[in-house]
Design a protein around this ligand. Structure first.
Ligand code: THU
Length: 145
């Protein structure tokens, strides 16, 4: 059963949008294609794919692309994100968990107790985590007060 808050249809929709976004990944160096679909609390979906650079450090993960697209359009209230990743041309076999930098960016904009991260591998049922589970004891804006 999905955790409270997200219906099975919403989870399916976010995963299918993430899968579509993944096809647009620009990842010629790693060959690892990632797609993300971010759901705002108002019901909009922003997608992202990973974008790499020959110089490496400018590379941006799919999750951050989706979040930055949304923030740049005035959205700052997020409910959930679905992430799908794997080698180009291969069937998705494992879940692709967000990197530490992306988790930190999520903490910047999302409630750690509410925001849900949907991860899906091949046959397994999607796993859903609260941000706090993936970034325990995170350092956020409140820590500066
Ligand atoms: N990547 C993502 O886009 N999201 C993740 O959750 C993990 C990693 C990207 C970054 C890089 O382009 C490639 O996957 C290999 O690390």
């Amino acid at each position: 059963m999905p955790k409270e808050g997200l219906t099975a249809d919403t989870i399916e929709l976010l995963l299918s949008e993430a899968k579509k976004a993944r096809e647009l990944a620009y990842a010629p160096y790693s060959g690892f294609y990632v797609g993300a679909a971010l759901l705002t609390k108002s019901g909009k979906i922003y997608t992202g794919c990973n974008i790499e650079s020959a110089a490496q450090t400018p590379t941006c993960c799919a999750e951050r692309v989706a979040i930055f697209k949304a923030v740049s359009e005035g959205e700052k209230n997020f409910a959930a994100i679905a992430v799908i990743g794997g080698k180009k041309g291969e069937e998705i076999s494992r879940i692709c968990a967000p990197c530490g930098v992306c988790r930190q960016v999520m903490l910047e904009f999302c409630d750690e107790n509410e925001f849900e991260i949907i991860l899906s591998g091949r046959k397994e049922k999607a796993k859903i985590f609260k941000l706090k589970e993936l970034l325990p004891l995170g350092f956020g804006a409140d820590d500066l007060n």
